[in-house]
Write a protein that binds this ligand. Structure first.
Ligand code: RP5
Length: 250
């Protein structure tokens, strides 16, 4: 069940229509469900049907009604007008909000860890400029790009470091409970993990890129993981299923 995209919102979003836990699933009839429609001005400015340099799909859905959707969550659902429906159910907001694509918007998240001098597991994190929350230095998959390429590019753009991620292990692939999600547009991501030895970690010199306010190693305490952006803390907890990292999660 998603929570952040019912109880949080993207910058300048209108209030979401209240959705109780019992009302989340589309299969549950909710007679008076009238969420506001919102698309952010920046998405309209980047509408590719009007702006050749734009990164957003047309706001006029008719122009892409033959789009073939692919979601990590499996077969998609559509409403009576043909708009894609969030696979995790109602969010209290229609339209795309800040997201450029109808349906899934794909991202990739490189998780880089090390053990610090106090024997604690740390992750290389960025502080996002939009919500000021700490996050994995991930970002959107560009058109024509593979998620594996996005991992590498985002690590360089957001955290200023170049690492060979070919040995990184994919630990998550699927829906992200992102505060920007709506009923018709949502985030999906691939998160891949690479652990660095102290010697390898000492060699890199992280530097915050354009989308990041700060970059630094943060200790993976339960409190830190809870306050990370979107589902990032949940993915890090998956590391405790791996015997190599389980001792760091008491
Ligand atoms: C999250 O948003 C993803 O997990 C990824 O970290 C991020 C991508 O969006 P931007 O950072 O490009 O805004 O859902």
């Amino acid at each position: 069940m998603h929570y952040k995209c019912r109880f949080e919102k993207g910058l300048n979003y209108p209030e979401r229509f209240p959705v109780t836990d019992a009302e989340v699933e589309w299969s549950v009839e909710v007679g008076n469900y009238t969420p506001p429609y919102y698309v952010a001005p920046v998405v309209i400015e980047n509408d590719e049907s009007v702006n050749p340099m734009g990164w957003a799909e047309p706001e006029n859905y008719e122009l892409i009604k033959n789009k073939v959707f692919n979601s990590y969550c499996g077969p998609m659902q559509f409403d009576n007008d043909g708009y894609p429906l969030n696979p995790f159910g109602r969010t209290g907001l229609k339209g795309r909000g800040l997201l450029g694509k109808w349906g899934p918007n794909f991202a990739a998240d490189p998780i880089i860890t090390r053990v610090n001098a106090n024997s604690q597991l740390e992750m290389l994190a960025i502080q996002r400029k939009d919500t000021r929350q700490w996050a994995i230095p991930g970002g959107m998959v560009d058109s024509g790009e593979l998620a594996s390429q996005t991992l590498q590019r985002e690590l360089k753009e957001e955290a200023g470091i170049v690492l060979n991620l070919s040995e990184a292990e994919t630990i998550f692939k699927g829906y992200v409970d992102d505060p920007r999600n709506t009923d018709n547009a949502w985030m999906e991501s691939t998160a891949a993990h690479l652990h660095l030895s102290s010697a390898e970690a000492n060699k890199i010199k992280p530097k915050a890129g354009s989308d990041a306010a700060k970059v630094q190693w943060i200790v993976l305490t339960p409190e830190n993981m809870k306050s990370l952006y979107a589902d990032h803390g949940k993915w890090l907890l998956l590391l405790k299923n791996d015997a190599r990292y389980a001792p760091f999660f008491p």
